[in-house]
Ligand binder design. Structure first.
Ligand SMILES: [Zn+2]
Ligand SMILES: [Zn+2]
Length: 191
């Protein structure tokens, strides 16, 4: 059996952010974000179009403006919007896990949403956003990937990573059905 690895909270939520990013519809950058409060996920976000509008990966393609694709709502922004529309949770005091450093626009929403801590895996384009967030009083953490945990995640997607010992889950002796004692039939017709 493989050694069991229990991830840290940062390892755990960042791994989930990676999964979330796989739903992104803009292949220029597939970003993912997870919004967490009191160690519980309140929402997730990836970069994609608003509901009902064409995505970059449809015939519509990217919507380019000054060298950027502006068709999508960014992952961080979408996580905040999802908290507003679905979860019914306040984002005040939350932690945001982001695969990439947010753009300056998302930084504004992050500050305004009362998010107090951000964990970032990769700096994207420039670090202007980091100073912006720090100036606003956020705790900015650069995630250090845990190689042992990353290897463990890869194994999660392989079959039979931990073969269940079937003998360990037997709940009853292996007695043929006809030999089992019938329960006393004095409780009336309860079914
Ligand atoms: Zn796009
Ligand atoms: Zn953004």
């Amino acid at each position: 059996m493989q050694n069991f690895i229990r991830p840290s909270w940062d390892d755990y939520f960042m791994a989930i952010a990676r999964i979330v990013a796989t739903r992104s519809t803009c292949d220029r950058l597939r970003a993912g974000a997870v919004l967490v409060k009191n160690k519980r996920i309140i929402s997730t976000g990836y970069n994609g179009s608003p509901p009902g509008l064409p995505h970059c990966d449809s015939e519509a393609g990217h919507l380019m403006e000054e060298g950027h694709c502006v068709r999508t709502i960014h992952a961080e922004h979408n996580a905040i919007l999802q908290a507003a529309t679905v979860a019914g949770q306040t984002t005040e005091g939350a932690t945001l896990y982001a695969l990439y450093s947010p753009c300056i626009h998302c930084c504004k929403y992050i500050v305004a949403a009362g998010i107090k801590r951000i964990v970032i895996e990769t700096i994207y384009r420039n670090s202007q956003a980091i100073d912006y967030l720090k100036t606003a009083g956020l705790e900015v953490v650069f995630y250090e990937p845990n190689q042992e945990w990353n290897n463990n995640i890869k194994r999660l997607f392989e079959k039979n990573i931990e073969k269940i010992d079937e003998k360990a889950v037997i709940l009853e002796e292996n007695v043929p059905i006809e030999q089992k004692k019938e329960p006393p039939n004095n409780f009336g017709q309860i079914y």
